[in-house]
Design a binder for this molecule. Structure first.
Ligand code: GAL
Length: 824
């Protein structure tokens, strides 16, 4: 029977290389004085362990991260009956990049693309007793990415032991587009690829059971299959699920498929695959249809880094981030610009996100990567180096690994691919799109186009945009004259085109930064938040940061034929930056997972279940008494009254969507207050210390209130942990604030906080969301930024039965957070 065990323990790591001339490089030898190798826990990203350097070869694109070559080693014993009865496979979910795997000194395999899963059958290389696994990871060709990649074995490793007759790697394919219109029955098409590595032809049984979330059998079916020795064969069945509970973004209901392979009454293999029953269609008039009903995609693009954990994937980090995005009303995720960790897709299945899974940022034409932002280098490494040799297999790997996830509604074969304007482009596009259709006939394909109306020499070729199943629009409003009309014009020109916003302006900025006065450029802060993100010219200024998106959303919301949007980005990310920034601030949430004000903007227009009323900026402006400060409210209330120290400043409401007329064209349903077509409300308020209070009304009834107070100086620390118990290898997030003497959180606090961990846990890192803070994330001290700080700890095996985090700051009482250890 199959065993699949996590293979993350007991690894050691060394940053550096050895001579590679020999068949067995020194670091791959079984006998090695390996003292220089230090224990390391997987998932592991060595880039995030080292301080960033302005002269790092990865450049601003790669977030100034240290890269280079590193080696991993692991000694293990495994008891496996002799081949050919059993197969032993090592599965790597992601190694960045150019990895070579050696087992007992013999080269066993490897992978170039850092985002592809790869599996190696190591049966023939295993020895009785101790085995030595060594992995060389080469991320030295720099710059090789436009964003932070991380380096190393940054996703899980699995050891799989199975019989010689078994289900092939990613060999199950479940298609649920056979849902009846009445939705009372779904024909589920299941294909199982069986591999026969034994020396004899075999007659096997392939049995499937679909089990609902309560554990009841919803359907079953079986097929007989003949598999020749050394070959693979596929069996297909189409069981019917009666009265299926459908998967949707609002009710992400999941079933499990159990697949058994039997021979002569003996069970040889068993695989569980999670599935959801749903249909996903794109229509040229109605946009995106989930289970036959139009659903507007309110999506966000995300890169794969987790902030302080770098590229290392931790489920809890992404659970926390996705929970926030869901609360924001976001219902879609675009995995920019590469296949994500498989667990990210599991979370999207469970939480109900509509996912665009993307294969590449480059085909043959390598994009420039900035050494300093601004493309100072015209030579760069990148996927273009590998495209010819590996594109098909990398794409197939993504499709087969991911196609059973109900969350995935569309594939993307590329982001802003320069070939869109090249003669050869459409040939490559057709090839990749055909591979998608071959591996998964149930989903359509897009590619994110950024040059649809560019000047002629760069413009996307018409045959390229027309070849796509769904035309992907990046920055639809980018092209001056056509900004307001692009979708409409193209719809008139191509009436059968399906439209999706693959990437469009989000609303980012720096959390808690409200400066609007231009600093003196000679004042030294010439290349920092102060001048780049503030000042009258910046689109990130807090009082105008949402305007681009407001313009776009009014347009997207009122065009049914546009499926929706994925915005750049949901969360700030490392890389694509210019010193002294180490990352990009385009997110609605910062790298520490703290919502920015713009988070509430999106929540106010997207989250239809909960009321939003959010005010900004903070109200600590000593020295600016009497000066006008723009106060913004993000709200879904019909109207909001704003009070300063008890006096009414004014009441305002929205005029979009149009409030309609009562009985006659000129009698408006609501015309008592100043209204705005903007999707935010604003007042210019002369500053005086005290209290701003907003009261929000729906249908004339007060439903929400928000108060922003002028605070005193930081007086004590306060912490909130997202769990009470911690498991070994589990993660806990502790959010820290500074309160004034009245217990009000100080929004401007930059208190230096020190942290000690005792008991069965270690510090994974601290982050405050400030991408100009260069302290290594793993350092045990960090400042609050705009009043907040995140500490992340990881449970380890121990005997204390408690994990204790002690937070201290000068002049303040120590704060202790205790977590029990859980053993589940
Ligand atoms: C887009 C690109 C993204 C990112 C973004 C920055 O054009 O697709 O990867 O570079 O610009 O604004």
């Amino acid at each position: 029977m199959r065993q699949r065990v996590l293979f993350n323990d007991g690894w050691t790591f060394l940053l550096g290389d050895c001579a590679l001339g020999d068949k067995t490089p020194c670091f791959a030898k079984t006998k090695l004085e390996a003292a220089a190798f230090k224990p390391c826990a997987l998932p592991h990203d060595w880039s995030v362990d080292y301080p960033i350097r302005q002269d790092a070869p990865s450049g601003g694109g790669g977030g100034y991260a240290v890269s280079g070559v590193g080696w991993y080693r692991k000694c293990f014993t495994v008891t496996v009956p002799e081949a050919p009865e059993r197969r032993v496979v090592l599965q790597f979910d992601g190694v960045f990049m150019n990895s070579t795997v050696y087992l007992n000194g013999v080269k066993a395999g490897g992978n170039a693309y850092g985002y592809s899963e790869f599996a190696i059958d190591v049966t023939a290389l295993l020895v009785p007793g101790e085995n030595v696994l060594a992995v060389r990871v080469d991320n030295s060709m720099q710059p090789n990415s436009r964003w932070y990649t991380g380096s190393g074995i940054y996703r899980n490793v699995w050891l799989i032991i199975c019989e010689s007759i078994h289900i092939a790697q990613n060999g199950i394919f479940i298609a649920t587009n056979g849902l009846y219109k009445s939705q009372t029955e779904a024909r589920v098409q299941i294909q199982a690829m069986v591999e026969n590595d034994s020396g004899e032809d075999a007659d096997v049984g392939v049995e499937h059971r679909i089990i609902d979330a309560e554990g009841n059998e919803a359907a079953h079916d079986a097929a007989a299959l003949y598999v020749s020795a050394g070959a693979r064969a596929q069996a297909m069945v189409c069981p019917t699920v009666k009265n299926p509970r459908l998967w949707s973004d609002g009710d992400p209901y999941l079933y499990t498929l159990e697949t058994l392979i039997t021979k002569d009454g003996k069970q040889l293999d068993r695989v569980l695959t999670r599935m959801g029953i749903r249909t996903a269609e794109f229509d040229c008039d109605r946009g995106f249809l989930l289970n036959g009903t139009p659903v507007k995609i309110k999506g966000m693009c995300v890169h794969h880094d987790g902030g302080l954990t770098g590229a290392a994937f931790y489920r809890e980090t992404w659970e926390r981030r996705l929970t926030l995005l869901k609360d924001m009303g976001c219902n879609g995720i675009r995995c920019a610009h590469n296949p994500p960790a498989p667990e990210l897709l599991d979370l999207c299945d469970e939480m109900g996100f509509l996912v665009m899974d993307e294969a590449f940022d480059e085909w043959l034409l390598t994009k420039f990567k900035s050494v300093e932002y601004g493309y100072s280098s015209n030579f760069a490494y990148g996927y273009g180096q590998f495209f010819t040799e590996h594109a098909e297999s990398d794409l197939v790997t993504m499709l087969r690994r991911d196609r059973n996830h109900p969350c995935i509604i569309i594939w993307s074969v590329g982001n802003e691919i320069p070939e869109q304007s090249a003669l050869e482009g459409v040939r490559i596009l057709r090839f990749l799109q055909d591979v998608c259709h071959r591996e998964d006939p149930t989903r359509l394909v897009t590619s994110a186009l950024d040059n649809l109306a560019a000047p002629e020499q760069f413009c996307t070729r018409e045959e390229f945009e027309c070849a796509l199943d769904v035309a992907g629009y990046n920055y639809v409003a980018r092209w001056g004259m056509r900004a307001e009309t692009l979708y409409d014009e193209d719809r008139r020109k191509f009436p059968t085109r399906r439209f999706i916003g693959t990437e469009n302006p989000s609303a980012g900025g720096v959390r808690g930064c409200y400066e609007t006065r231009l600093k003196d450029p000679a004042g030294g802060a010439h290349d920092s938040y102060e001048t780049r993100l503030e000042g009258p010219a910046s689109r990130y200024r807090y009082d105008r940061v949402t305007l681009d998106h407001e313009f776009l959303w009014r347009y997207t919301a009122s065009r049914d034929f546009v499926a929706g949007d994925y915005l750049w980005t949901g969360i700030d990310y490392l890389g694509e930056s210019r010193w002294p920034l180490r990352g990009a601030v385009s997110g609605a949430i910062d790298t520490a997972g703290f919502p920015k004000d713009t988070f509430y903007y999106f929540r106010s227009i997207w989250n239809k279940r909960n009321t939003t009323l959010h005010l900004c900026p903070h109200w600590n402006w000593p020295g600016r008494e009497g000066e006008f400060i723009t106060v913004i409210a993000y709200t879904d209330c019909d109207e909001v009254s704003l009070y300063l120290n008890g006096r009414l400043v004014g009441t305002k409401g929205y005029d979009f969507p149009n409030v309609g007329a009562l009985g006659a064209w000129n009698i408006r349903a609501k015309n008592t207050n100043p209204t705005t077509h903007d999707l935010h409300l604003a007042w210019d308020v002369p500053y005086e210390a005290g209290e701003l209070r907003a009261v929000g009304y729906k249908n004339g009834t007060p439903v929400a209130e928000q108060v922003v107070r002028t605070t005193g100086a930081p007086f004590r620390l306060a912490a909130a942990c997202d769990r009470e118990a911690l498991a070994v290898n589990g993660i806990a997030h502790i959010e820290v604030k500074a309160l004034d003497a009245d217990g009000v959180a100080v929004p401007t606090a930059d208190t230096l906080v020190r942290l000690r961990v005792e008991g069965d846990a270690v510090l994974l890192g601290m982050d405050n969301g400030n991408l100009q803070d260069h302290a290594p994330y793993s350092a045990p001290e960090r400042r609050l930024f705009a009043g907040r700080l995140l500490c992340v700890i990881r449970g380890i095996a121990g005997t204390d039965n408690v994990a204790r985090v002690i937070l201290s700051a000068e002049g303040m009482e120590e704060l202790v957070v205790d977590l029990a250890m859980s053993f589940l």
